[in-house]
Design a protein around this ligand. Sequence first.
Ligand code: HEM
Length: 317
Amino acid sequence: MELMGNQEMVEISKLIYKYWLAYFDHISNRKNVNMYEASKKVFLQTACEWTGVPLKENESDKRASQLSNLFENAASVGLKHWKSRRERIKAEKWIEELVHDIRNGNFNLDKDKALYKFSWFHDIDGKLLGEKVVAVEILNLLRPMTAVSVWVANIGLAMYQFPEEAKKLQNGEEKKIMMFLQETRRYYPFFPFTVAKVKKDFEYNGFKFKKGTITLLDLYGTNKHPEDWSNPQQFIPERFEHWEQTPFNFIPQGGGSYDFGHRCAGEFVTMAMLKATMDFLIKHITYDIPEQSFDFNFNDIPAVPNDGFIINNVRFI
Ligand code: HEM
């Protein structure tokens, strides 16, 4: 959580801008741009620079596809699942080698970067973490930051399904953008539930939980619960204008406290990345949204519109 302060959010927002500018600088304005695929690359570049992981320009497509495999196919069965496991091993190797080089003095890195901090972190027994542990923790930043692209595709879907709400964003008012983003995260779940196994017998609200029971936390249902949300099945960004958050009423990225509960450590990062992307789309370019398929398969986790939100005729303002 030490890495998730205001200063870091400003840095991440600047990096998002930098990499979107670079991305569109190289694209012909006639080309169709699949914003889901594009944001995977831009977000991975941002994540790598922020954490201190070196990434060459010609390596970024390959790595973005490798890390996407970890969240696109992890919940699949069969071949896709095995591919995801293989890619995970390769990604871990990539970072483990960097940790090895840092510890052997072959690679110098800014001391504020996550890769440096994790590589030199000592546990409570005063021992350095294993190289693999550091790699997994760094990938716990790179992978979900790349996965924020799913919500970029869903922002496109929201703009398509609710054009009246999208129009309200045109003057780039920060409050309106934030409300639209929150409603997107509420309305289109990244995943519908999370899974946990009961560690020891306990009772909660009259329900008995036996050790070993597999339980689901219903993210989708909680974010649409009629006791907390009026007209939950409607897309109404304004609902976030006078809204009181509790640790458990809005849980698109888990619930409870950031430090001690099961709430995503990267929720502020997610919002900073999406906000900077929306700012860029609204204030820095103009574009058209051509005919495309915004259908998606409800069985997919995460569910992403088939065409991934395509834009074209992109021009800098
Ligand atoms: C893409 C959207 C995201 C979703 C849907 C999501 C969801 C979640 C959920 C549900 C948890 C809690 C798991 C549990 O304890 O049961 C979690 C934990 C975590 N998330 Fe995210 N997350 C997202 C983005 C991010 C981002 C952008 C980052 C990094 C900057 C991040 C970093 C983490 C970390 C490090 C944890 C583990 C915290 C811990 O175990 O103490 N996540 N996330």
